[in-house]
Write a protein that binds this ligand. Structure first.
Ligand SMILES: Nc1ncnc2c1ncn2[C@@H]1O[C@H](COP(=O)(O)OP(=O)(O)OP(=O)(O)O)[C@@H](O)[C@H]1O
Length: 298
């Protein structure tokens, strides 16, 4: 299968400063990839190159088999900036109809596209009355014109409330299931954790980690945290059985290496009725993200 996006050894410098250094990434049809990184890591630079807006120094980039920015690539790619802005006096329907005619498509399709992003009821209201989440949906409706095979989304859910975020990701799920590839940047790690197939961490222009959350967790090999709750009167006995545990009242907190997890769980199981509850907390994406970013000297 031809990848929707293929980036090999991509390097970009601005006046001698390396914003991207030998970055390689392949995005297959239907996959949702999250680009994470501190401010200045190189995410926007990568997106601009994929869109064909800026040149690069070395390496190669193909979008649906074509050079970025070429007519063939532009026909397949859609971009949604972080803050999509529209004329406040136009209705959602007028705005999308206008974009459709610019692309040489039937403006009557505006209603269908707005239905698709959940703006059916508001289609004939002025955009000036829309919430931020609704404006992002207008942006997504615009991005869907021409059935793009690659969606490039720059922090698409920043500033949205939790319900709007969830709805937005549900829309992306639908598009991905129809074969569109999604490359998005985000600082909202928890939602990325749940709603994307692959995570790419950039740090100072280098790709420092890539894979599923499970892959990154294994590579980072960060400690697991366990919370053990003692039944009345047994906290001291449990603390003795679990050296290194920190006791706060009836709760005991313990941190251990992945490979020791099962051994400790067996010891807790041996304590039987003395234990009221146990919770095993794996490292979060925040922990993993900090680990890889720090490893690169930040
Ligand atoms: N036009 C430019 N001229 C010079 N340096 C630039 C230019 N654009 C970006 N840079 C630098 O390149 C590096 C990467 O910037 P980029 O905007 O790609 O980062 P980012 O990961 O998108 O950050 P943010 O999360 O803040 O948007 C930064 O150090 C930035 O200062």
């Amino acid at each position: 299968m031809t990848p929707t996006l293929k980036i090999s050894q991509l390097t970009k410098t601005y006046a001698g400063f390396k914003a991207l250094d030998a970055v390689s990434l392949t995005v297959e049809p239907g996959s949702r990839v999250a680009l994470l990184g501190h401010n200045g890591a190189g995410k926007s630079t990568m997106m601009k190159i994929v869109l064909g807006l800026i040149p690069f120094d070395s390496g190669s980039v193909t979008v649906c088999g074509a050079a970025p920015g070429s007519a063939a690539a532009r026909a397949q790619v859609a971009y949604l900036p972080e803050n999509a802005a529209f004329h406040p006096a136009l209705t959602g329907e007028e705005q999308i109809a206008y974009f459709l005619s610019l692309r040489g498509e039937d403006p009557k399709r505006a209603r269908d596209l707005l239905d698709r992003v959940g703006l059916h009821a508001a289609a004939r209201r002025r955009i000036g009355t829309y919430s931020k989440g609704m404006r992002q949906r207008v942006g997504l409706a615009q991005a869907l014109i021409g059935k793009p095979r690659l969606l490039v989304l720059d922090e698409p859910t920043s500033g949205l409330d939790p319900v709007s975020r969830r709805d937005f990701y549900a829309l992306l799920d639908g598009l991905a299931s129809e074969g569109a590839a999604v490359l998005l940047s985000s600082h909202a790690l928890t939602e990325v954790e749940a709603r994307t197939d692959r995570i790419v961490i950039l740090s100072q222009g280098h790709m420092v980690a890539t894979g599923t959350l499970g892959d990154l967790r294994r590579t980072a090999a960060l400690p697991v945290t366990m919370h053990v709750t003692a039944r009345n009167g047994y906290a001291s006995e449990i603390a003795e059985a679990l050296p290194g545990a920190i006791r706060v009242g009836a709760d005991l907190r313990l941190s251990c290496a992945q490979e020791n997890k099962l051994g400790i769980l067996a010891r807790v199981a041996d304590l039987g009725e003395k234990v009221a509850d146990i919770e095993v907390v794996p490292p979060s994406l925040e922990d993993i993200y900090s680990h890889f970013s720090r490893r690169d000297g930040q």
